[in-house]
Design a protein around this ligand. Structure first.
Ligand SMILES: [Zn+2]
Ligand SMILES: [Zn+2]
Ligand SMILES: [Zn+2]
Ligand SMILES: [Zn+2]
Length: 624
């Protein structure tokens, strides 16, 4: 099951509803496994908080109904149908139909500032200082300064007024820039309320995105996704009002298109010129902004809601930038090598990334290599990684060995050789019965020479049914090496199978399947039994720390074998898995907060259909 899947629905029902009644209603969607009705759940009626007396009477009692279907698909169909009829579903990720119309508004209001008055001994001095300070930058903020017309009776203390000072400015800060001032006085903050919190709590807000304040700008900005046309109209009615909340200054509310993307800091740095170019290309029609969050950057894209076409183009271009270039092999399939899972590869690639202007990102979930950077840099990145993989593959040789040798290797022989030549130089895949040698090493070759030349005595070829399928020897049945009989009836030594499981977890070959000969009628084709090793068996044999690795690898290879049904979250740094839906459905990934389409499996394409987005993506240049 994926994050958006569930076999169970939780509904609110009228008081006293019976299980039979629920069954009558729900069984049309498919076979039901279980129904639980929990009566008398106190429920607060909306809008009743103001009046205590009414509150008591209005406090209805409702039933909580939990329906569990046998099949996930039936539960999903029931959920969709009930939702269409206005029923409330709890405990599920909010799912949206594809957005053809914008549902976002932008709130924009002045940032909190202070004013200050600086007094000088002469008018001339005050005027010179006002001219000097007006439009200058004070701690990253552009401030204004004006000299105040003096009173006729005024003999000394001629003031200038500074405005738009950062909220935390102190008198001491001003002493440094004011030269020979006689007196400095400061105003209160323009407002002390927290407008972001108030906007976020307004009725109908489903998602709220705070954009951290940019000290070089005057305004603060936030975006809200609203639940209905009514809520949008209500929000827009606030446009142009002078709110007390923000010191009686003007609030701007506009209906907009809005998306945001999270990028790893290193990725952002390698695409920042492309993002800047995008900003220039759409200047005045679509705004592209980014903010640094330490380990990642957020990139925000927004446009007036009537600029749909331009927004769609800018959004797809930004998605292409954030996605980078995928390295492909000669057959046009994504280039991949399991070497990229190794810790040594992480170090090698880290080193390449710091030395160059491109950025190589091997996505361990999707098994694709992304290259970020500008034009020629991207090309350089592609050839660099290809050369690296070529070198790795070239230095790796596989030597088939007779299965009878395996037992001796597992019993300490392998560890002994590894201790002499280095653990990463030699490994053993017991399932395929091969030794894997990395690099040129004559000492190692000498040590394994006798293993490669081993010939079995005829004796061992008989009695195959009782022999371990891995080492083709009679399994010991001892405490240290128990005999394991699988559900399919085939027999293995515990030690052999354990070795196979560990190798699978470390080298991404899970799940391990039974390699004993398959049914007699298939023997000619050399087929194997193929029964996956039961989880309980794997759990009993694997070291505790290795179990999660094994499960993860097994899960990932299951997903890779059913990519028409599942897909990975399109965010690079997110490995959430989703089940595809049969219609355009937009959700916000609860892990990485990216908006994605459950139908096409790509980033959300607000303003256009999946089909149109697919068509347009082909024509979007993937590079600068
Ligand atoms: Zn064995
Ligand atoms: Zn079997
Ligand atoms: Zn995600
Ligand atoms: Zn789609």
């Amino acid at each position: 099951m994926t994050g958006t899947d569930s076999r169970a629905l939780i509904l609110e029902g009228p008081p006293g509803i019976s299980e039979a009644r629920v069954h009558d209603y729900a069984h049309r969607y498919g076979p039901i496994k279980d129904i639980v009705v929990t009566p008398d759940v106190p429920m607060i009626v909306e809008g009743s908080e103001d009046n205590d007396q009414e509150d008591e009477e209005n406090r209805l009692r409702k039933s909580a109904v939990r329906i569990e279907f046998k099949d996930m698909k039936d539960a999903a169909a029931a959920a969709r149908s009930l939702k269409d009829h206005g029923a409330t579903l709890a405990g599920a990720i909010p799912i949206e139909p594809a957005n053809m119309k914008s549902t976002w508004v932008r709130f924009k209001w002045p940032q909190v500032t202070r004013a200050a008055w600086i007094h000088y001994s002469s008018i001339a001095e005050a005027k010179t200082m006002a001219e000097k300070l007006h439009g200058s930058f004070f701690r990253g903020k552009k401030i204004t300064a004006s000299s105040l017309r003096p009173d006729k009776r005024q003999k000394d203390l001629f003031a200038i007024k500074l405005e738009r000072l950062p909220a935390d400015t102190t008198r001491e800060d001003l002493v440094d820039i004011s030269q020979n001032s006689r007196l400095i006085t400061m105003s209160e903050l323009t407002y002390t309320a927290r407008p972001r919190e108030v906007f976020q709590q307004s009725a109908g807000v489903k998602f709220f995105v705070n954009i951290p304040e940019d000290p070089t700008k005057l305004s603060a900005v936030a975006f809200a996704c609203l639940d209905s046309e009514d809520s949008i109209l209500r929000a827009i009615q606030m446009h142009g009002t002078k709110l007390k909340l923000i010191g009686k200054q003007e609030l701007t509310v506009e209906r907009v298109w809005f998306v945001q993307y999270s990028l790893l800091t290193d990725v952002f740095k390698s695409v920042s010129t492309e993002v800047a170019a995008l900003q220039i290309r759409y200047e005045g029609r679509v705004q592209v902004e980014s903010r640094d969050f330490g380990d990642h950057y957020m990139v925000y894209l927004h446009a007036h809601h009537e600029e749909t076409e331009t927004f769609v183009q800018a959004n797809l271009s930004l998605q292409a930038i954030c996605h980078g270039l995928i390295v492909v092999a000669l057959d046009d399939q994504p280039e991949w090598d399991d070497y990229l899972y190794s810790t040594s590869s992480i170090k090698v690639i880290e080193n390449l990334n710091t030395k160059n202007s491109f950025y190589i990102f091997p996505n361990l979930s999707t098994r694709q290599i992304h290259i970020f950077g500008c034009g020629i840099e991207q090309d350089k990145g592609v050839s660099t990684i290809k050369k690296l993989l070529q070198r790795v593959r070239g230095s790796c040789r596989e030597y088939p060995i007779h299965r009878n040798v395996i037992r001796q290797l597992i019993d300490g022989g392998l560890t002994e050789i590894q201790a002499a030549v280095g653990a990463n130089k030699l490994s053993l895949d017991v399932i395929r019965s091969v030794l894997i040698v990395r690099g040129e090493n004559s000492v190692l070759m000498q040590k394994i020479h006798h293993l490669l030349d081993f010939l079995p005595s005829k004796e061992n070829l008989k009695r195959s049914r009782q022999l371990c399928s891995i080492c083709k020897l009679k399994s010991g049945g001892s405490e240290r090496n128990p005999t394991v009989k699988l559900l399919c009836g085939h027999v293995y030594c515990g030690a052999c199978l354990k070795n196979a499981l560990i190798y699978a977890a470390q080298n991404h070959f899970a799940p391990v399947k039974c390699i004993s000969p398959g049914p007699a009628y298939d023997l000619e084709r050399g087929s194997i039994c193929g029964q996956p090793i039961a989880y309980t068996t794997a759990r009993d044999l694997l070291p505790l720390l290795m179990e999660p690795d094994y499960l993860k690898v097994a899960f990932l290879s299951f997903i890779h074998s059913s990519l028409d049904e599942y897909f990975f979250c399109p965010s690079l740094q997110c490995n959430t898995v989703y089940r595809r839906r049969e219609s355009e459905t937009i959700i916000c990934c609860p892990i990485c907060r990216a908006w994605l389409c459950l139908f096409c499996g790509s980033m959300s394409h607000d303003g256009i259909t999946c089909e149109k987005a697919k068509e347009m993506r082909v024509n979007i240049p993937r590079r600068c």
